[in-house]
Design a protein around this ligand. Structure first.
Ligand code: GRF
Length: 321
């Protein structure tokens, strides 16, 4: 079984979603484990459960601290615990933009409405008030704008004619407890999913000038130049030739650089079969905390190494400004 993704759950209250995540993480097949439960409220009920279940906890009151300082303290505890993803479960603090940006793509939240409807407060009452037939819950990525990040999963809940905000909230929570653990599991598993990784890579590779996709020896690759005489600047390798890596293969300046990279950072680079012999390095994609800017840099560099002069000249000229 692959290593489990390490998540920290941030709570402020009862923590029933936290409990659902905690017990889901106890299933052998769970792709995530909880390494920390952190809260801004010392009396949050969820903390007692976390302690009972032997999960490390961290409390830091937000009172008397700036938003940035409070976030930084929470972040330090999360990092110390080895956190890869932060999962908000009834965490009643708006996070600072800087913090959200540092964890871009790695903070999830659950909101009790069918987003984009009813962002912010009182979503249940607002859904009843509007006469909606259904309410529900949404799991989304956290971005600086409140409740506006990409929606990852949703569950619908019918509204009864005599529902109050409270009765509806109770049923929506039942749905939340099913939804959240699954959405988190699917999301953290994406990092090992070749289709997702390839999709991300393809969009970066094809964003470079005059590129197209072409298969080579059974693996997808990307070329620059015309369909007829273009040259490969990148390949996607999905556990080829007995390797456990899903990787991007790109051109280095030669064997010296390749071997140096592999020796200095063996968790990022490896020497791939066949291609390695001609100076192509494998950049591992199925690893935690992958930095896509770094992948983009490698693609750009490899593109430049093989692109025709008429294209690189244009870019060189643009770089001078
Ligand atoms: C949930 O309704 C969740 O959607 C919202 O806050 C509530 C937290 O409830 N973000 P609990 O603490 O998990 O019981």
């Amino acid at each position: 079984m692959a290593e489990k993704a390490k998540i920290a759950v941030f709570i402020s209250g009862t923590g029933t979603n936290m409990a659902a995540l905690l017990y889901a993480s106890r299933l052998e097949s769970s792709p995530f484990e909880i390494v920390l439960i952190a809260s801004n409220i010392a009396s949050a009920d969820g903390l007692a459960l976390a302690e009972l279940e032997g999960i490390p906890t961290f409390v830091h009151s937000h009172k008397g601290h700036s938003r940035e300082d409070h976030d930084t303290a929470m972040e330090a505890a999360a990092k110390q615990a080895g956190t890869e993803f932060i999962v908000l479960a009834g965490y009643m603090r708006v996070l600072s933009d800087a913090f959200v940006e540092r964890w871009d793509g790695r903070i999830l939240n659950i909101h009790p409405s069918l987003l984009p409807k009813y962002k912010g407060l009182d979503p249940h009452a607002r859904a009843i008030e509007a006469g909606d037939s259904h309410a529900g819950a949404s799991v989304h990525l956290v971005t600086p704008e409140l409740d506006a990040g990409e929606v990852l999963a949703q569950a619908k809940v019918a509204i009864a004619p005599d529902d109050t905000a409270e009765t509806l909230q109770a049923r929506v929570k039942l749905a939340e407890h099913q939804l959240y653990p699954r959405a988190v599991a699917d999301y953290v598993a994406r990092g090992n999913d070749p289709d997702c990784l390839f999709g991300q890579l393809r969009s970066l590779a094809l964003a470079l000038p005059e590129t197209h996709e072409r298969e080579s020896h059974g693996s997808p690759g990307f070329r620059v130049g015309s369909e007829k005489s273009g040259k490969f600047f990148a390949y996607f390798s999905d556990r080829h030739h007995g390797s456990e890596h899903i990787a991007l293969l790109v051109k280095t300046s030669g064997m010296d650089e390749l071997l140096n990279l592999v020796e200095a950072q063996p968790d990022i680079y490896y020497k791939p079969a066949f291609y390695g012999a001609s100076g192509w390095v494998g950049v591992i994609l199925n690893r935690p905390n992958i930095d896509w800017d770094h992948i983009e840099e490698w693609l750009g560099r490899s593109w430049r190494a093989v692109a025709p002069a008429r294209l690189t000249k244009l870019l060189d000229a643009a770089d001078m400004f």
